[in-house]
Design a protein around this ligand. Structure first.
Ligand code: AMP
Length: 533
């Protein structure tokens, strides 16, 4: 017997309607490039989002067409988050930290037809646009305003999308091969929004009374869903624009009365240092919780914020492939009220899954490993906001198991009470300041140097960036090269922050039985060397 309930499609126009009907007076604040603040209301934002949807139709775009953004976090980007999918188009956020060659590939592979770009990022766009199908360029505070001015919000009609149609896409860089496109549906976006908003670790539940500032970039995995979550709740939103230094962020927190914020550990380490050096300089009494993820939040940082500044960190884990939030360090009541040291131990783990996210851990032989807090295996997950495949990338189909689980590439152990802890990564990537660096791409280029016989690039722990690349080099017999020369050789091909800081010349690179680089051995060697005696 079937249930007798409405088959109501979960689509983003419903979010737009809710925001304008109930939260018209709520405020959205943005720190502009000149550092002044721009304020307007949800009524303004939703009206402009409608105008954007109408204008894109007028510009000749059709249902399902991809519209890219190349933008920092600001109110116009929020308009794009709502307006593009509500017009039936697909929002494609481009990562402004990538090399123009990668952006050219990504925008072409996705088939982007238009782009909304920050004025300060036009020079970057010009370095790759000709290699893409982008026809229309709308510059924020410039031709973007003209685009909106020509459209009447009243003309917007709900395109009556099916909930499984694409709403947005985001590319993730990987170990091998090209970046891969994750395509979010309207349904997955709604369910992720509800799922993240539903979990309230240690008084973290967010509501209409909150003031939410996502530091996490809107070009990286939906800014963890916060623009949609805040809009659904009707909370005040604050966007930092391009000003992500600790001092500007602390000023934002104080001036706008921020209660909840979210970002990668590198940001919070900088903030902690500044607070330690200037106790009492900022009034952060409104700040209730800081969500930290993207890389492991160190226990000492979690404890430092709590013990020295009374600030609460909520640790989360996820991936572009999971929209991205999949788990939060929600503490069981006995842990939350228990010994503070045990509490910090659990907060430093990557948490328990959100409702509807399921996971299992398997070893190389495919056997599930026990949840004993010690045994390790690869984490696999499934759920309604987990990708079922990459866009037009059939060679990556083996990232999914035959029975439908996604292989995360994270090597984890599970505490008997369900808390996941990341122990290692099976993917050859380095995460520096929250963004990926492909070790394989660097190795390939290094090995193109005439003096280099072999090169392995590994992640070395770093106080500020959490990981930085180190290149271990075997020179060809009789050949010579310096680290400086190799750096110059890499420079034209990669973004500056990708370039290894250290070049170590070694006699050989340790290998596994099948001849692959044994990076764990290299890592041990160089990490040990780095430790003070
Ligand atoms: P991305 O797709 O760029 O969001 O990266 C996802 C990956 O970042 C995960 O598979 C992990 O390797 C890593 N990651 C994300 N959150 C955490 C966390 N809290 N602790 C450790 N690693 C994390």
């Amino acid at each position: 017997m079937d249930g007798l309930m409405m088959d109501f499609s979960l689509t983003l126009p419903a979010l737009l309607r809710r925001a304008e009907t109930f939260f018209g007076n709520a405020v959205i604040a943005t720190r502009l490039p000149d550092k002044s603040f721009h304020h307007y209301t949800y009524a303004d934002m939703t009206s402009r989002a409608r105008q954007l949807a109408v204008a894109l139709q007028r510009a000749g775009l059709e249902r399902g067409d991809r519209v890219a953004t190349l933008c920092w976090n600001h109110y116009q980007h929020l308009e794009a988050y709502l307006g593009i999918p509500s017009g039936g188009f697909v929002l494609h956020t481009l990562n402004l930290r990538l090399h123009p060659d990668d952006l050219a590939y990504i925008a072409s592979h996705a088939g982007d037809r238009a782009v909304i770009v920050d004025r300060s990022l036009v020079p970057l766009l010009e370095r790759f646009r000709e290699r893409t199908p982008i026809e229309n360029v709308f510059v924020v505070e410039d031709s973007y305003e003209e685009l909106l001015a020509g459209a009447d919000p009243a003309e917007w009609r709900d395109p009556e999308l099916h909930e499984n149609e694409a709403a947005a896409m985001c590319y993730t860089s990987g170990t091998t091969g090209r970046p891969k496109g994750v395509v979010y549906s309207h349904r997955s976006t709604w369910l992720h929004t509800l799922g993240v908003a539903a979990v309230g670790p240690l008084d973290f539940n967010i509501s209409q009374r909150d003031v939410i500032l996502p530091v996490v970039p809107m070009f990286h995995a939906n800014a963890w869903g916060y623009p949609y979550i805040a809009t659904m709740l009707g909370a005040k939103q604050v966007y930092p624009g391009p000003h992500l230094d600790p001092e500007s962020l602390l000023d934002d927190f104080e001036q706008e009365g921020v209660t909840v914020t979210a970002g990668v550990p590198t940001i919070w380490m900088g903030i902690l240092q500044l607070l330690d050096a200037n106790p009492g300089r900022w009034d952060l009494s409104a700040l209730r919780a800081m969500l930290v993820g993207g890389s492991a939040a160190p226990r000492a940082m979690i404890a430092g914020f709590k013990q020295r500044h009374g600030l609460h960190i909520c640790h989360g884990w996820g991936m572009t492939e999971s929209s991205p939030v999949a788990s939060l360090s929600d503490l069981h009541p006995d842990l939350a009220s228990g010994d503070i040291d045990i509490r910090f131990d659990f907060q430093a783990k990557q948490g328990i899954p959100l409702p509807l996210i399921e996971w299992r851990v398997r070893d190389d032989a495919g056997n599930e490993v026990p949840w004993d807090g010690v045994s390790m295996g690869e984490l696999e997950m499934r759920g309604p906001w987990v990708a079922a495949g990459y866009y037009d990338t059939p060679e990556q189909a083996d990232r999914w198991t035959p029975d439908g689980w996604f292989k995360t590439g994270d090597i984890v152990s599970m505490h008997p009470r369900g808390y996941m802890q990341i122990q290692d990564r099976s993917k050859d990537v380095i995460k520096s300041g929250g963004e990926w660096i492909s070790s394989v791409a660097l190795e390939n280029q290094l090995m193109a140097h005439p003096a280099v016989a072999e090169a392995a690039v590994i992640a070395i722990p770093d106080d500020k960036w959490f990981e930085r690349p180190l290149a271990a080099i075997v020179l060809k017999e009789g050949a010579t090269a310096t680290g400086e020369e190799l750096r110059e050789f890499l420079e034209p091909h990669f973004a500056k922050w990708w370039l290894p800081d250290r070049y170590e010349f070694v006699a050989e690179i340790p290998k596994t039985g099948v001849g692959k680089f044994r990076k764990t051995a290299l890592r041990e060697q160089f990490v040990q060397e780095q430790q003070p005696a």
